[in-house]
Design a binder for this molecule. Structure first.
Ligand code: DAH
Length: 337
């Protein structure tokens, strides 16, 4: 029996050396010192030992118990605190995704930055507009097809909203940021040089190139003596600053109710090492009717304006072939930019 006790001690201490985590230490304690542990077994065997050896064996067993308990204490103290609390420091951590600004937000900031350096002040307007700012003041008369219910998001009951003159005010989600031209001219006397970026809404069926909400950047310059040359110079300056010194601007004759003459704007930009023409918006000289609508004398003032598509610029620049991806918020897509 004395030999068995000595053996047990050796075995137990050897096993303790092998226990390196809090978990393993606890399991060792149960196995050797627990209620049904191996030491308890030995104690049971003591009962059947010859009577005269019992005191000596009992003393040895008590010593063994004390030895094992203090050995366990020492091992437990030696564990790092995190181990004691049951945290496994060797376990790989959860990946923390790195956040970044949306590619559209960054594009908008960059565009505003360039126009800011060109002396344009930032203007703003509401996304829910009245017909005056979205159509009438922009020389889009009543009955014009651009006002069709199928091409606009009109809001609620048109009679619910009474205008100052007692007439009805129909509201809609603005279809173009040209509304901000009107708001800027209504609130600030000329000369004026403003840029506005914002969301616009059209009931388009979603596909790779259409979405019912997108962004435009609008520019307006009003001064005594402005011409198409100044308009082209401004657009070219932007193209050079934004796309690089080799960028080019092309204007193709077109029609918009609020400008005369009007043109489509193409910019030549580098797309994957190839220079390509990309149609990015419209522009023109402010129509005299627009000046009259906001109380500016068209005989004294001239203006140029332009409206560019932000998604178009970003999509072509970064090779994004489907506009819907910009609004799905799939991190796997967004983190590429
Ligand atoms: N508002 C026009 C559109 O949404 C774009 C545009 C054309 C804006 C000519 C302008 C402009 O300021 O002068 O299609």
């Amino acid at each position: 029996m004395l030999e068995l006790i000595a053996d047990t001690e050796l075995q137990a201490l050897a096993a303790l050396q092998g226990a390196t985590s809090a978990d393993q230490l606890d399991r060792w304690r149960t196995e050797w010192l627990g209620m049904n542990g191996r030491l308890k077994d030995l104690m049971q065997q003591l009962k059947s030992a010859p009577k005269e050896t019992k005191p000596q064996l009992g003393k040895r067993l008590n010593e063994l118990k004390a030895t094992l308990e203090s050995a366990w204490d020492v091992r437990k103290q030696a564990l790092p605190t995190a181990e004691v609390k049951g945290i496994d420091l060797t376990e790989p951590g959860l990946p923390m995704g790195e956040g970044r600004r949306h590619i559209l937000s960054r594009t908008i900031d960059e565009i505003l930055d360039v126009f800011g350096q060109m002396g344009f002040a930032v203007a703003d307007g509401p996304e829910i507009e009245d017909e005056w700012h979205n159509f009438t003041a922009l020389n889009i008369p009543e009955g014009h097809p651009a006002r069709d219910a199928t091409d606009n998001f009109y809001m609620g009951d048109p009679n619910a909203d009474r205008g100052a003159a007692g007439g009805t005010v129909k509201r809609l989600l603005r279809t173009q940021t040209s509304t901000v031209q009107i708001r800027a001219m209504e609130s600030t006397p000329p000369p004026l040089k403003v840029v506005a970026v914002g969301r616009v809404y059209r009931p388009d069926t979603h596909d790779a190139t259409h979405f019912s909400m997108f962004h435009q950047v609008e520019g307006l310059c009003v001064d005594r003596d402005l011409s198409m040359r100044d308009l082209k110079a401004a657009l070219l300056h932007f193209a050079h600053a934004y796309f690089g010194e080799d960028a080019e601007v092309r204007m193709r004759p077109s029609f918009f109710p609020f400008t005369e003459p009007s043109a489509e704007v193409d910019m030549k930009m580098r797309i994957r090492d190839q220079w390509q023409w990309v149609e990015i918006g419209g522009c023109g000289m402010v129509d005299p009717n627009v000046f009259t609508a906001v109380g500016i004398d068209p005989a004294q003032w001239r203006g140029f304006a332009f409206g560019l598509g932000v998604e178009r610029i970003a999509m072509r620049r970064y090779g994004i072939s489907d506009i819907r991806w910009l609004f799905e918020n799939d991190a796997r897509f967004l983190r590429q930019f």
